[in-house]
Design a binder for this molecule. Structure first.
Ligand code: FAS
Ligand code: PHB
Length: 389
């Protein structure tokens, strides 16, 4: 088989790139390790920057999102019982959109399948060959057979544990990593959100986040130990702990119910450079990871796709190499700013095992400064709604 752009990974990055390129008449094939249902069963991001929303519109898959999403003009930040609001729209003129990653991935799958897009599920042993030549190709296993796909370009959209990043020689790659000494225990519950906007809360017992997916589906997180497992946390234990970590006026009206999903995500900051090796381009989690505190994971995947999509279209349709030649430089410039913001939010709102009383005072002082300083709030708002592409 041959295609113009071979995409490894059928998550949001790979599907969005495939859909955008298809709209320009560029042929793609997506190789996905799991089944569609498995991919859709992963509960992940919830907040979209307007840049992502625009890309979904460009891709022609924004209809349901525009109907069902929530538009949030701000968020609540709490420290114990003290709380204040950051008004994104007042400071930046733009809101953020609440629309679950599961739903946008479903919309992308539906669009690709309606357009007859080629997505091959349950592939195994994907290997990339001759990426630094003009004739790269990929081999993979499917139903016990080894198959080959020749491509002009390969997009590695296969996430942190994928094969693409590992296919770049270790002496070519430079990796940067910070692993945080805690995780996030998240639950999904068919209950109304406790507040109409998100609540990011710091407390002596640790971080918590009150989020949502719609009027009757809430998403809550509490910082937990890396040695915890979801089975250590009954629903009652979770609800009781969440109530201890949010301001009393929310704790008193929190509607609890059975969890329909419960999982623990480790937190790490990670970047690999460069994001291009010959005709292989890394996108999204294949190249970088952020702690979810700043809601940047999925949104940095979107800006990668923006840069790569325009670069590939310019080269394939007009022979202009500038976009793909500068892809890694442009993508990394924005990624590192998102890494910094996610690291800053994580350090500001979480309790660290080795933290001193002085360190806790520094966090409280920074939160008090953020509460009282309009420039500090504007800076946070600009980063949260998404820096320009
Ligand atoms: P993905 O990991 O989503 O998709 C990669 C795809 O490639 C997967 O479907 C995988 O099956 C496939 N794949 C892997 N190896 C392959 C191979 N060898 N061959 C073929 N296919 C292969 N971000 C937020 O903004 N907020 C959050 O709250 C949040 N929570 C998260 C919780 C968890 C547990 C994780 C892991 C991430 C979370 N993220 C969150 C970040 C997440 O949303 C990612 O940024 C987003 O999924 C990135 O999308 P992709 O780059 O497409 O990678
Ligand atoms: C979510 O709703 O899953 C969510 C929202 C904001 C974050 C992280 C996760 O920062």
């Amino acid at each position: 088989m041959r295609t113009q752009v071979l995409i490894i990974g059928g998550g949001p990055s790979g599907l969005l790139l495939s859909q955008l390129l298809a709209k320009k008449g560029i042929d793609t094939v997506v190789l996905e390790r799991k089944t569609r249902d498995y991919v859709l069963g992963r509960i992940r991001a919830g907040i979209l920057e307007t840049g992502f929303v625009e890309l979904m519109r460009q891709a022609g898959v924004a209809e349901r999102m525009d109907k069902e999403c929530f538009v949030h003009d701000g968020t609540v930040i709490a420290n114990g019982n003290t709380q204040f609001r950051i008004d994104f729209t007042e400071h930046t003129g733009t809101p953020v959109v609440v629309y679950g990653q599961t739903e946008l991935t479903r919309d992308l799958y539906d669009a690709r399948e309606a357009a007859g897009g080629k997505i091959i599920f349950e592939v195994g042993n994907v290997r990339i060959h001759d990426a630094t030549t003009a004739y790269p190709y990929v081999t993979y296993e499917k139903d016990g057979r080894e198959l080959t796909i020749h491509a002009d370009y390969i997009a590695g959209c296969d996430g942190f544990h994928g094969v693409s990043r590992q296919s770049i020689p270790v002496d070519v790659r430079r990796e940067y990593e910070k692993i945080y000494p805690f995780g996030w225990l998240g639950i999904l519950s068919e209950t109304p959100p406790v507040h109409h906007e998100l609540i990011y809360s710091s407390s002596d017992r640790g971080f918590s986040l009150c989020s949502m997916r719609n009027d009757h589906l809430s998403r809550y997180y509490i910082q937990c130990s890396l040695s915890d497992s979801p089975n250590d946390w009954s629903d009652q234990l979770f609800w009781d702990e969440l109530k201890r970590r949010i301001p009393e006026d929310y704790a008193s009206k929190l509607e609890t119910g059975p969890s329909i999903e419960k999982s623990i995500a480790p937190l790490r900051s990670f970047v690999t450079e460069p994001m291009r090796w010959g005709r292989l381009f890394l996108c999204g989690d294949a190249a970088h990871i952020v702690p979810p505190t700043g809601a940047k994971g999925l949104n940095t995947a979107a800006s990668d796709i923006h840069y790569l999509y325009h670069g590939l279209v310019s080269e394939i349709l007009d022979g202009d190499l500038e976009g793909i030649d500068r892809y890694s430089e442009r993508a990394l410039a924005r990624i590192w700013k998102a890494e910094r913001f996610s690291w800053w939010m994580t350090n500001l709102l979480h309790r660290f095992p080795d933290q001193s009383d002085f360190d806790v005072k520094m966090q409280s002082a920074e939160l008090a400064f953020l509460q009282g300083n309009v420039q500090a709030q504007s800076t946070m708002a600009q980063n949260y709604v998404g820096l320009p592409y």
